[in-house]
Design a protein. Structure first.
Length: 127
């Protein structure tokens, strides 16, 4: 019993430490890449999961209505996104994303702002 409890505690510790080796830059980059991947995959729920609660409120949407809102706003817009770069400054960051459309127009540059909330990078704005 003690051996299995020790093994369980060790496994929990390893999971908790999994992100510890990453720099703030890498963690912010992963969050933005998650946004890019979700947009490219039309996974609007995943896009909304990356938005801060304050940003959703600024957009005037509830968490439940967010995916439909993002899908509506994405209609006829860019069809593919590519992460260009991330700049971290303490607990905030900006990221540049190139957005291309199916008709060959673009790319146009989109700037994403992020902040660390409860240890996680979340999107706080899009420009």
């Amino acid at each position: 019993m003690l051996r299995s409890l020790t093994a369980l505690l060790c496994a929990d510790a390893l999971v908790a430490l999994a992100g510890c080796g990453e720099s703030e830059q890498e963690q912010a980059r992963e969050a933005v890449q998650g946004y890019v991947d979700a947009q490219n995959g039309d996974d609007f729920e995943a896009v909304c999961d990356l938005y801060s609660d304050a940003f959703k409120a600024q957009l005037g949407v509830t968490p439940e209505a967010c995916p439909a809102f993002v899908q509506e706003q994405s209609s006829g817009a860019a069809t593919s996104f590519e992460l260009v770069g991330v700049n971290v400054n303490g607990d905030t960051a900006t990221a540049d994303i190139d957005a291309m459309s199916e008709d060959g127009a673009g790319p146009s540059r989109l700037t994403v702002t992020l902040a660390r909330e409860d240890g996680e990078w979340v999107i706080t704005g899009l420009q």
